[in-house]
Design a protein around this ligand. Structure first.
Ligand code: HSE
Length: 300
């Protein structure tokens, strides 16, 4: 018996919502193929598309650990599965690559066993994948990859995850420059203290973005896509950050910031045509310093 599951890439943080906002895109994404076997245990039999860089040991692989934790939780360690992981997106890209593998893995095992848990209850196991990938079990990539759409992680303890409606036709532009940023490093450089002044600004934008998405109100969305805490620190990891962001805004984007921990950058636009034009301009800004990039545009 075999199950094949695709889980999409995601944009975490969405400017002001560090570790609490994320949305899913249509592509790219990762695919997991699970095949049941008699001998108990989880074995990664093949990983395609990672240039041999990801751990093959199940307990250190994001899909493998998510499946193992799930089987332990439901008391089915008698089950045995062979896992094939098709990485269809770049590693260390800020597109939620580790999350997509974990989500595809845990969703696939739940299907294979006849769906004993509901989709939302799979989240903690996918978060374990994030823990092995970067040392922190954040849910802003796994949440939207699992549930689709725009997701708010209101609380981690207890876990409280909410799906938010987005305006019809709103599109995301994703530009992945051909450089790599390690999430662990990108978290390490952050300061632990935040000023009261910046906290107030950030809270205003967090509230404004959610209100803007739900009303919907494009001008409010645009004014709220601002991050005064994380982006100023991480921008130094991305060559041409200011120029790429300016190019997006000059071409009609509602806002532009770092996707997850970078180096990919995202922009939100009111429609597909603007989103394409914005993507072209962002790519050109990277290319002006000889950095090539991949472009993805999808409705969110
Ligand atoms: N919220 C996480 C971070 C996402 O920014 O570190 C990592 O993809």
């Amino acid at each position: 018996e075999t199950v094949r599951v695709f889980a999409p890439a995601t944009v975490a943080n969405v400017a002001c919502g560090f570790d609490i906002f994320g949305f899913a895109v249509d592509q790219p994404g990762d695919e997991v193929v699970l095949t049941r076997r008699d001998e108990p245990g989880v074995t990664i039999v093949a990983i395609l598309g990672d240039e041999g860089r990801l751990p093959r040991e199940a307990a250190r692989n994001t899909a493998g650990i998510a499946i193992q934790k799930y089987l332990e939780h439901i008391g089915r360690t008698d089950v045995g599965v062979d896992v094939i992981l098709h990485k269809q997106m770049p590693l260390g890209s800020g597109l939620g690559s580790s999350a997509a593998s974990a989500v595809a893995g845990v969703y696939a095992i739940n299907e294979l066993l006849g769906r004993p848990l509901s989709t939302i209850d799979l989240l903690p196991f996918a978060m374990e994948g994030e823990r092995v990938a970067c040392g922190s079990a954040h849910a802003d990539n796994v949440g939207p990859s699992l549930l689709g759409g725009f997701v708010v992680v209101r609380s981690y303890n207890p876990l409280d995850v909410i799906r938010i409606d987005t305006p019809t036709g709103m599109h995301a532009t994703l530009v992945h420059p051909d450089i790599e940023v390690n999430t662990k490093d990108a978290r390490f450089i952050l300061r632990n203290e935040v000023s009261l002044k910046n906290t107030i600004i950030q809270m205003g934008n967090v509230a404004g973005l959610i209100a803007g998405l739900m009303k919907p109100d494009y001008s409010l969305i645009s004014r709220s896509l601002v991050d005064v805490i994380i982006e100023p620190v991480r921008a130094i990891l991305i060559p041409q950050f200011d120029e790429v962001k300016q190019a997006a805004l000059d071409n009609g984007a509602l806002g532009c910031s770092i996707s997850g921990s970078g180096p990919s950058m995202f922009a939100l636009s009111a429609n597909a045509e603007i989103a394409q034009q914005v993507g072209k301009a962002m790519q050109e800004a990277f290319l002006s310093v000889d950095i090539t990039s991949e472009l993805y545009v999808s409705e969110i």
